[in-house]
Design a protein around this ligand. Structure first.
Ligand code: SAT
Ligand code: MN
Length: 584
């Protein structure tokens, strides 16, 4: 099946342990995909949507206990506990292996074992990395074809290079008490059992492309980040790429395929990625980015013609939906899509408002990136695209202004490290609670955050044309809880300010926490936002920021001596300058 001895041996070992009925090596072909889908339609794993209005599209209903990432069941297993850091749950590798071997024993009885070779990143890119996922889920095998470069070409690259990340996945019995997602960064291995949910089961995504890759990236001198990548072209044809980190379910997919507002005739957005960026320092001293993925695993609720028409268009065919509601005529439906009333909720029950939302708040679509109108050929470039600005964003009802510019790289790393956001339905647990989520990597950094921030600082030192670093907040609210900023396509106005700053064409208001737009520099033409709202969005409250800096201080100290002194110094500088502002 393969000329790579290590791979052949591993597949044999896993088969001996898990006892599958059959073994299938995935080639990634359309015929294979069609066979997987036909099998899932037979078994009821997929339901066919209306073939006239939604050709080759399906609904998957997951186990109701298995609808989001489970951070409390996710572990990083390094030989030394401290290497995983306080930001991860840790288990001794030997204990983790013993636990997982017991759970995997006989786990695939009566099922097919799929061997899924995949490549994260363009197949001919030196920055791409390969993996093989062994899974007993046809849904996972089919989704991996959409989300990665999956099949024979990836296997060929593995056979050429010899190295690959080993990912072992089984649905197990889907019982939450027997659900674990284990990472072994030193072995370049992942083991996941008991969940069929995207982030837990599509191992190329968060497990490989972030947790394992961030560990590899630190050793090899690059960055693996939870960032979208997009190009913005102005009417003069100037094209700049930006990378932006937001926590899960904070609008990365919408932003990556943003549609310019009416007033922005001649502007064009080029989508490169919506979730993950692998960033390398180029020979030219700039930062270059590839998107390791080939598809979108996006949040459905809230997606509409108004918020993201590109997404609505791309979801009209060849899409797998997970945990959305259904209309009478078998079209997918979710809250925010339209004012229709669905017939069935995400669990297949007749829809009743008393049962809660019709679509699960973390219901998703899985679709090839090529179906997106704003998708760019540049996503296939082996070298990636050069990044002009890095953006950190969270969901903060108060404090953080619409946009803030870091004074320099070090200050930017502090902005990223002190990011906070209200929790969303993308992970199990309470939603709407503000928690610190440095660089939006809290659930995904595969090693100690102190070392991670040092690595960010060291990477900056190697860039002689470092991108500007910015913080944005599309989610500020007034006292009545209403959003102050319209968001979505209108965010281009803020991105334009950022690009103007990167090109040095406008000034800014320097404050201790960073640089703010000068009055009138955020273009509001044609927009119905009051002066009072804009004022609130573009000013800072010194006392609130002093409190914030105190909290950031305790937060950073919580990570102990591995936190780089430069980060403490930078925070102290900001705090001191804020004290200098006097009492307001
Ligand atoms: O579930 S995923 O981790 O793949 C998506 C997300 O939460 O960002
Ligand atoms: Mn994500």
């Amino acid at each position: 099946m393969t000329s790579n001895q290590a791979l052949a041996d591993w597949v044999r070992e896993v088969a001996t342990l898990t006892q599958p009925e059959k073994i299938h090596w995935c080639d990634g072909s359309q015929a294979e995909y069609d066979t997987l889908v036909a099998g899932m339609l037979d078994s009821g794993t997929l339901l066919q949507l209306d073939p006239k209005t939604r050709p080759r599209s399906y609904l998957h209903r997951s186990d109701p206990s298995d609808v989001a990432r489970t951070e409390h069941l996710t572990f990083v297993c390094t030989s030394r506990r401290d290497d995983a850091g306080p930001n991860n749950q840790w288990m001794d590798p030997a204990d983790a292996h013993a636990k997982m071997n017991a759970l995997f024993a006989g786990a695939m009885r009566g099922r097919t074992l799929y061997v899924v070779p995949y490549c994260m990143g363009p197949l001919d890119s030196p920055f791409a990395r390969c993996g093989v996922e062994i899974t007993d889920s046809a849904y996972v095998a089919a989704s991996m074809r959409t989300m990665t470069r999956m099949g024979t070409p990836a296997l060929k690259r593995i056979e050429r290079e010899g190295s690959f990340v080993k990912g072992l996945h089984s649905l197990g019995d889907l019982h939450p008490e027997r659900r674990f997602i284990m990472h072994f960064p030193q072995e370049l291995a992942i083991q996941s059992i008991g969940s069929g949910y995207g982030g837990n089961a599509l191992l190329g995504k968060k497990c490989h492309a972030l947790r394992i890759a961030s560990h590899q990236a630190r050793q090899e001198g690059w960055l693996a980040e939870h960032m979208l990548i997009m190009g913005i072209e102005d009417p003069q044809g100037r094209l700049h790429y930006i990378a932006a980190a937001f926590p899960s379910a904070c609008g990365k997919t919408n932003m990556a395929m943003l549609i310019p507002p009416q007033e922005y005739q001649g502007w064009k957005v080029h989508t490169i990625g919506d979730d993950i960026a692998w960033l390398h320092v180029g020979d030219d001293g700039r930062l270059w980015a590839i998107n390791p993925e080939a598809g979108f695993f996006g949040v459905a609720p809230g997606t509409s013609r108004h918020t993201n028409a590109n997404a609505v268009d791309m979801l009209q065919h060849d899409t797998i939906f997970t945990n959305v509601a259904l209309t009478e005529d078998r079209r997918p439906w979710w809250e925010g899509l339209s004012d229709e009333t669905p017939a069935l909720d995400w669990q297949g029950r007749p829809y009743q408002p008393a049962n809660g939302p019709a679509a699960h708040p973390n219901s998703r679509f899985t679709v090839s990136a090529r179906q997106c109108k704003s998708w760019s050929d540049a996503a296939e470039r082996p070298s990636g695209v050069p990044i002009s600005a890095i953006i950190f964003g969270g969901r903060r009802a108060s404090l953080v202004p619409l946009v803030l510019e870091a004074r320099n790289w070090r200050h930017g790393v502090l902005l990223g490290a002190s990011m906070a956001s209200e929790t969303t339905a993308a992970a199990t647990g309470k939603t709407g609670v503000v928690r610190r989520d440095p660089m939006a990597m809290k659930p995904f950094c595969g090693y100690h955050f102190g070392d991670y921030w040092s690595h960010w600082l060291a990477t900056g030192a190697r860039l002689n044309k470092a991108p500007g670093i910015y913080q944005v907040n599309w989610f500020r609210r007034d006292a009545q809880g209403r959003f102050l900023w319209p968001g979505f396509g209108e965010n281009l106005r803020v991105l334009k300010w950022i690009l103007d700053r990167c090109q040095g064409s406008i000034g800014a208001h320097e404050t201790p926490v960073g640089n703010l737009p000068l009055h009138g520099d955020i273009d509001l033409s044609g927009l119905d936002v009051s002066h009072d709202h804009i004022r609130q969005l573009t000013e800072i409250e010194p006392q609130a920021w002093r409190d914030e800096m105190d909290q950031v201080n305790s937060f950073l100290h919580g990570f102990g001596p591995r936190v780089p002194q430069a980060l403490h110094d930078e925070r102290e500088q900001v705090a001191q300058d804020l004290r200098g502002l006097g009492a307001t």
